[in-house]
Design a protein around this ligand. Structure first.
Ligand code: GDG
Length: 464
């Protein structure tokens, strides 16, 4: 029986998906549909610096296998190269990078260790699907160990233009490693074109007749596979107890007021300070909104071992405090800044109660919140999505109010327009957006990727 083997940094959970991220839920669905194994990091750092035995967990036709990493691995691979070199570079933030060679070596070492732990678990018929920027070298290492299964790679975050990627000292090694996969998937055609341009212009690659590209003595098929959400779930969550409670709680607060909502991990790529400043500008320019409109920002902290992340959190705390100090009244606080996470069903109720969904990343692979906000709306009285042109989602979601997140004035004007938008226009935009969200679902996305991978797979050629 063909199994799907998924490799990603974070694994699971297989159950209690009410609290898990949307992606985890989508992957569990694929695994359940076809049977499979999910392999990755346990989330634990081993105290004594050694490698633990595999942690194995089985639930029906799906199992997970995870390993702990040593402290040095965590520091160099995860907090180091992944999140201080790759993440900022791929999000166009060269000012925040740390290209220390030690981190790069740790990253390679961990990729090799993960690959060597995976090899004995693989069966000849398995289809392997590797996820995201933590594992650029995993496929190459599997191939070197003689694995001939179909291996695909999906990049969840942006792939930048070559002019930016080439700031990464080992850009050639990274791209060459990507060519060891049979299929490389990106979120948007813009990211795909960054990759193709690199191959054609930077390393003299050649496009072959079948659409694949040959470069650096390898050959790869690359395409865009925009990720989706489980739209059905988000459109019905408001009927659950948690969804209803949160919706009702917000709406009773909001009877005479309107709420703008943002939901993001705290990350410098999400454009959060600009968002707070734009809301402040709105209140400055149009004082009639004082007491009438509020901004709810839900922002669970992430990667707090990386300095840029604690810095941005402090900046946001300062900004919201300042703006609230300046504009609050006895019965109204302009910004609700909540730095903890909520269950998914509660989020759906909050989305539905909010007149505006504000999604303004400076760069984002896709951005699932934009899609979740749309799916959660009431069709009879839908809210308005304000969406950054630099989110991958903007490529599909043209009917949103598309904004330049660097321009505080433009953002403020878009907020004003969103708050005042007549019902008819709201319905028209929402209907178009919702049709896309409901069609390009997470399960369609994974099916498209996996079908393509199987279709193009040819046994690996010896390419060193
Ligand atoms: C990467 C790429 C790409 C947020 N707060 C809570 C919560 N969330 C959930 C959201 C959403 C998910 O986390 C965030 O997804 P995003 O797409 O917005 O962003 P990243 O985490 O940066 O994800 C991104 C994605 O991968 C998928 O390919 O779209 O571009 O950067 O689902 O709802 N979930 C819960 N409580 C919270 O407080 N339960």
């Amino acid at each position: 029986m063909t199994r799907i083997v998924i490799v990603s940094n974070r694994v699971g959970p297989l159950t209690d998906t009410g609290r898990a991220g949307g992606l985890a839920v989508a992957l569990v669905d694929v695994l359940r549909e076809r049977g499979g194994l999910w392999f990755g990091w346990s989330g634990e750092v081993s105290e004594d610096g050694t490698y633990s035995p595999l942690r194995l967990y089985e639930d029906g036709n799906v199992s997970t296998a995870t390993i702990d990493v040593a402290q040095a691995d965590y520091d160099e691979f995860y907090a180091g190269y992944s999140n201080r070199a790759l993440w900022p570079t791929l999000h166009y933030r060269l000012d925040l990078t740390d290209f220390d060679r030690r981190l790069e070596e740790g990253y390679r070492r961990v990729n090799e260790r993960f690959a060597s732990r995976l090899v004995p678990l693989l069966r000849p018929d398995d289809i392997v699907w590797v996820h995201d920027y933590h594992f650029f070298f995993l496929g190459e290492t599997l191939r070197a160990a003689g694995v001939e299964n179909p291996i695909g790679f999906f990049l969840h975050i942006p792939f930048p233009v070559p002019e930016v990627l080439t700031a990464l000292p080992n850009h050639k090694d990274i791209v060459k490693a990507m060519l060891a996969y049979d299929l490389v998937g990106f979120q948007t055609s813009q990211h795909l074109s960054g990759f193709e341009r690199y191959l054609l212009e930077e390393v003299d690659g050649e496009r072959l007749e079948d659409g694949s590209i040959a470069a650096m003595d390898r050959r790869v098929v690359a395409d865009a596979f925009p990720i989706g959400i489980d739209g059905e779930a988000f459109s019905t969550f408001h009927e659950t107890t948690e969804g209803r409670e949160n919706f009702t709680l917000m709406r009773s607060e909001l009877e005479t007021r309107k709420q703008i909502v943002g939901v993001d991990r705290i990350d410098y790529s999400k454009g959060l300070p600009e968002r707070f400043e734009a809301f402040e500008r709105l209140l400055e320019l149009y004082p009639e909104h004082k007491g009438e409109v509020s901004l709810l920002q839900i922002a669970p902290p992430s990667r707090s071992e990386v300095r840029a992340y604690t810095q941005i959190q402090r900046l946001l705390e300062g900004l919201s405090g300042r703006i609230n100090g300046r504009f609050s009244d006895l019965d109204w606080t302009p910004i609700h800044f909540i730095t903890r996470s909520f269950p998914r069903r509660a989020l759906a109720g909050i989305y539905r109660a909010s007149a505006v969904g504000l999604v303004t990343p400076l760069r984002d692979g896709m951005n699932l919140v934009a899609k979740e906000y749309i799916a959660a709306q009431d069709p009879e009285d839908p809210g308005v999505l304000v969406l950054s042109r630099f989110a991958g989602a903007a490529e599909e979601m043209r009917e949103a109010l598309i904004v330049n997140p660097y321009s505080i004035d433009e953002l403020a004007e878009a907020l004003r327009r969103a708050i005042q938008m007549p019902l008819e226009e709201r319905k028209e935009r929402w209907t178009a957006l919702n049709a896309k969200v409901m069609t390009n679902t997470a399960s369609n996305w994974s099916r498209r990727f996996l079908d393509r991978l199987v279709e193009i797979h040819t046994p690996a050629e010896a390419d060193g």
